[in-house]
Design a protein around this ligand. Structure first.
Ligand SMILES: [Zn+2]
Length: 334
């Protein structure tokens, strides 16, 4: 087997909060050749598992794994299968969609949200985590109705009027698109600067361009001084052809490499290893290979064991999908 000293190999891990069991799984990852693990860190973790999470992160590091941590589903501004109660606790901070619907996601312009994340960061700072993974920061959207964009909450409308001198339109005009992007970039600048002050490394993972997340120009993220690494996750949908899967990974990898190089940052690719259809496990392997061939040297998968025990995301044959991910690293040409 060829060794890849400079290659970062990682996977996300969640759903187990018993450090004894986590320890066994981390040993398993280490033995399988992983260098990195991402531990999800939700609102629930912050509220109820603070000491436990520190233990989980620190035992991973002590075993020789570098740890990424993400604000998992926090505020529903970040990606993840975790509930958020920030809006319920802070009425009036919710994002509002173009059709006027109040959404279960907090507005990233809300001071409540900023304060919450500063406390979240203070807590992570007490652990041995290496990197804060700002996962899919986005304005609220629902799959199936991508035109119903957000946010038109009173605060966004006020900020928009102040910036542009007229009422915020109810469709995605160039000014609204620009406003949304400026808002998220400003938010991420605050977050990554704060993480850096706490001696943590920053990765920002951007949703692929077919989602109306709000960030279209990746240069604006890569150029932020405290951002160390940019990432993306061009996950396939069921029924996508193998050709389309490869095309998306190749294009995304090339775009990440180009942007990272321009701003002297690192690049990371996320490979889909959940909801893999039986017989399509080769897609997992190919996603790794095509990313590597494009120059990516930091590859993570979502998630451990191909999401075997999160039934909503479970692959048809988790064992086969997970093996496809493990085996892919043996096929890299160096
Ligand atoms: Zn808003």
């Amino acid at each position: 087997m060829v060794s890849h000293h400079s290659l970062k190999r990682g996977v996300s891990y969640f759903g187990v909060r018993n450090p004894k069991h986590v320890f066994q799984d981390m040993q398993d990852l280490k033995k399988s050749g992983f260098t990195h693990v991402l531990h999800t860190y939700s609102e629930e973790d912050l509220q109820y598992y603070r000491e436990t999470m520190k233990e989980i992160i620190d035992i991973s590091v002590d075993l020789g794994l570098s740890v990424y941590v993400n604000p998992w589903g926090v505020g529903r501004v970040f990606g993840g299968e975790a509930y958020s109660e920030l809006v319920a606790k802070n009425p009036g901070t919710a994002q509002i969609s173009a059709d006027g619907t109040i959404q279960p996601a907090i507005c990233p312009t809300s001071q409540v949200f900023i304060d919450y994340l500063m406390n979240w960061l203070d807590t992570i700072a007490e652990t041995k985590a290496e990197t804060i993974f700002w996962d899919e920061p986005h304005f609220y959207f629902a799959k199936g109705n991508l035109n119903n964009w957000a946010c038109r909450c009173p605060n966004c409308q006020k900020l928009f009027k102040k910036a542009y001198g007229f009422q915020m339109p109810d469709n995605l005009t160039p000014e609204v698109l620009e406003f949304r992007e400026t808002t998220l970039v400003h938010f991420l600048r605050q977050m990554t600067d704060a993480a850096k002050e706490r001696q943590k490394r920053n990765t920002v993972c951007m949703l692929p361009p077919w989602f109306p997340a709000g960030i279209d120009d990746w240069n604006k993220i890569a150029s932020l001084p405290s951002v160390d690494e940019i990432a993306s996750d061009p996950y396939q949908e069921r029924n996508d052809s193998s050709e389309l899967v490869l095309k998306h990974y190749k294009e995304t990898a090339e775009r990440l490499m180009k942007t990272a190089k321009e701003f002297n940052k690192e690049a990371q690719m996320w490979v889909k290893c959940y909801l893999i259809e039986e017989g399509r496990e080769q897609d997992v392997t190919d996603s790794v290979l095509v990313s590597y061939d494009a120059g990516i040297r930091n590859i993570f998968a979502w998630s451990y064991k191909a999401s075997e025990y999160l039934s909503w995301l479970r692959s048809d044959n988790p064992e086969k999908a997970w093996l496809a991910y493990l085996e892919s690293f043996k096929k890299l040409s160096v």
